[in-house]
Ligand binder design. Structure first.
Ligand code: SF4
Ligand code: SF4
Length: 87
């Protein structure tokens, strides 16, 4: 099965690992992933609980992802999973 590949600046081929899932239950809403994603893939969401509100991250624009995995590297809670995409 052939996957989408990309090129580095010096023309080395690599296989992007695109965002697959974000575990909203585990997310603590720290926003680190949001800061490092330059492609507007992620967005904050607010969940109203009894007498407080919880912030968490959600995938908002999945199709914008370039497969860099920067979001996953910043997440101390390991909320992300990634996958290559067939060409
Ligand atoms: S893999 Fe890269 S482009 Fe995709 S959501 Fe994460 S930081 Fe953004
Ligand atoms: S870095 Fe992880 S814990 Fe922090 S907001 Fe993003 S998904 Fe949630």
């Amino acid at each position: 099965m052939a996957y989408i590949t990309a090129l580095t600046k010096n023309k080395q081929e690599w296989t992007p690992q695109y965002i697959k899932t974000l575990d909203e239950e585990t997310c603590i809403g720290c926003g680190r992933c949001f800061k490092v994603c330059a492609h507007d893939v992620l967005a904050f969401e607010e969940l109203d609980e009894d007498d407080s509100a919880k912030m968490f991250m959600k995938i908002a624009n999945e199709g914008n992802c370039i497969g860099c995995q920067a979001c996953g590297r910043t997440c101390s809670k390991k909320c992300f999973s990634f996958e290559p995409v067939t060409a």
